[in-house]
Design a protein around this ligand. Structure first.
Ligand SMILES: *Cc1c(COP(=O)(O)O)cnc(C)c1O
Length: 427
């Protein structure tokens, strides 16, 4: 019988194989047929320390017997309080910068971004009610961005074949060109000019654009972007959904630029990747604009599972791991292991543009037909699957974003397969 399951980002008409996974441990996925796969992309960027981390699994089990789920409008529980305090403790900070002081929960990166947008517009709306500012609603974005797949998140992301059907529903935004090497100033000038029109906010993926193709830009550009926004009184939103939790070599990417955003979205690795949870952090002015004796100004957003206690307990365990273990030592060692091998691979004639930021590495396969809809990516996927590796290229960009427990043998195996892919598909 064919499965009734409709998979995301999957063309069922092509009958590509859908591997069936029954168990996971560390960096390994165990298949129903007895085989194993190295999870080289952290099951779509979420698994940080490794699958089924014992501390996180134990926290989930214990919480499930204590308090599973609670309405979060007007009620609270320990795990949510602990995670919120932990997030505030760990959030980026810097002299002369605002402080992230408030935590709003949701359950995916997309909703954390939607919440960020709603907070930004809510801020301006409520200031306008007091006659303190004109209401603002325009959002500025960076070219090639990705912020999720809900309507609002798609609106602020790159337009393409993957959202063509819904373009009539997407709202208009101002797009700033991506800061490609030597053209950084053009990007900053465009942002400066766009800020003069008094937009509500600028949202950015700090230091690296993920789904847009693992495009890296320097920390000084991020710092300048934040400074320009501050100068114009435009809210600066950092989408740390992918970059957070050590991926770029620091806990949050903003740290490398010494930037504290007005609003910051986190999700993916917040529970170590075990269970969905997301948070949107905000500074006091954003919160205070909604705090009032007037019910019309409260923040009208919720979902049924906001701050689910089991998910929060997993995040408590993840934060404890970050506090008590040398996670950044682990990511630094992994980054080093990737760097030496990537350098060797870069000599292969089939590859171009090797790039790396922390534990994220990417390289482009030089191939004749490399467009988003070409069958190169699915053929590469199948090639790696045959070699026991889960890798999901973006067009002709092959990237790695492994869990931090990946060992040297697994890294060697992955890079041998990458070189073989170059031999097979290159030219
Ligand atoms: C994955 C991602 C999102 C969306 O997160 P979901 O949990 O998949 O909704 C948003 N922003 C960035 C930068 C992402 O990489």
């Amino acid at each position: 019988m064919t499965s009734p399951v409709w998979h995301p980002f999957t063309q069922h008409g092509l009958n590509e194989p859908i591997p069936h996974v029954v168990r996971a441990q560390g960096a390994l996925l165990h298949l129903a047929d007895g085989g194993t796969l190295i999870d080289a992309i952290s099951s779509w960027w979420v698994t940080t320390h490794g699958h089924c981390h014992p501390r996180i699994a134990a926290a989930i089990a214990a919480q499930a017997e204590q308090l599973d789920q609670l309405i979060f409008a007007g009620y609270t529980h320990d795990p949510a309080e602990t995670v919120a305090r932990g997030l505030i403790d760990l959030a980026p900070r810097g002299e002369g910068q605002p402080e992230l002081r408030h935590v709003f929960y949701s359950d995916s990166g997309s909703t954390a971004v939607e919440v960020a947008l709603k907070m930004a517009l809510g801020y301006w709306h409520n200031l306008a009610l007091d006659g303190l500012a004109k209401a603002r609603s325009r959002i500025l974005v960076l070219e090639h961005s990705y912020h999720g797949d809900t309507i609002g998140a798609m609106s602020i992301g790159e337009r393409g074949v993957y959202n063509a059907a819904w373009q009539p529903l997407l709202f208009d935004v101002g797009t700033v060109p991506f800061p490609t090497p030597v053209h950084e100033q053009a990007c900053l000038d465009a942002l400066d000019a766009a800020c003069a029109d008094k937009p509500a906010a600028f949202i950015v993926e700090p230091l690296i654009l993920g789904a847009g193709g693992m495009l890296i830009y320097p920390a000084w550009v991020l710092r300048e972007m934040a400074a320009i926004c501050r100068r114009h009184g435009v809210l600066f939103i950092a989408d740390e959904v992918m970059t957070g939790w050590g991926r770029t070599g620091t806990l949050f990417a903003c740290e490398q630029a010494g930037v504290v955003p007005d609003i910051m979205a986190v999700a993916k690795g917040i529970t170590g990747g075990a269970i969905p949870l997301a948070a949107t952090l905000a500074t006091a002015p954003i919160f205070d604009a909604h705090r009032s004796t007037d019910r019309a100004r409260l923040f009208y957003h919720s979902s049924s599972y906001t701050a689910n206690a089991i998910a929060c307990a997993a995040a408590v365990a993840n934060l404890a791991i970050w506090r008590e273990e040398d996670v950044l030592g682990r990511t630094a060692a992994l980054a080093q292991g990737i760097a030496t091998r990537l350098e060797r691979l870069a000599g292969h004639p089939a590859f171009a543009n090797p790039r790396q930021l922390g534990t994220i590495a990417a390289i482009d396969l030089v191939a004749a037909d490399a467009g988003y809809l070409s069958d190169l990516a699915p053929r590469l996927r199948a090639f790696f699957l045959e070699r026991g590796i889960l890798i999901r290229p973006l067009g002709n960009t092959i990237y790695l974003m492994p869990p931090y427990c990946l060992d040297d043998d697994q890294l060697d195996h992955i890079f041998l397969a990458l070189a073989a892919a170059g031999d097979h598909f290159g030219g």
